[in-house]
Design a protein around this ligand. Sequence first.
Ligand SMILES: [Zn+2]
Ligand SMILES: [Zn+2]
Length: 236
Amino acid sequence: MKLRRSLFWLLTQLLPPACPLCRQTFPPYWQDPFCENCLAGFPPLPPAHCPCCALPFIAASNSAHLCGRCVDRPPPFTKVHTVGCFDSLLRDAIHQFKFNQQIGLDRPLGTMLNSSLPVDSEFDLIVPVPLHTRRLRQRSYNQSLLLARELTRLRGFPSVADLLIKTEETVSQQDLSARDRERNLSKVFQVLRPLQGERILLVDDVMTTGSTVRACSQVLLAAGGKEVEVAVVGRA
Ligand SMILES: [Zn+2]
Ligand SMILES: [Zn+2]
């Protein structure tokens, strides 16, 4: 084991550093987590987006207003931070990370997620969106926990993997209305111990309808959390 690890270390020293997504060798002194081409293929959030849930607006807007959904049903979280739109190369990177066992993408994606947070953000806890045990066994890792640990490494706020759990596996929610999705999810997440006014950063790889992060935020606040902000790599 020790020998294998030493060989791996030696290899990483011998091979020139390369982009974790396209494997192109980095130019000398390259500091960014991905190469220039890949970074150019990550679609940033457009300037017109909801200031709360980060939903990209289709048309340009001359004022910062909430989206219809945040107005109709104010979300339990305060704000969503994101690397960019869940599209193009960012979507590919997340797919590789989540479904293709490319767990080495945790560091570069985590670095980008960290950059999406204001430098002066302060949290008491970083909480990953959990997977149900059966899904965790299939995949063997929770991609959101890997991202949360990266944020802990970069920011120092502790991440906890055993606070929020998913007690039931959810069936595909694609055909359900937003309200039904949330009803479905409301009993699925559980907080295992009471909280004491902590400011929480909830971490997930992707946010689409927002039903999952809404349900998680709700149970975290109900358990005594003070405030929940959300960090996702891709926002659909
Ligand atoms: Zn690349
Ligand atoms: Zn919104």
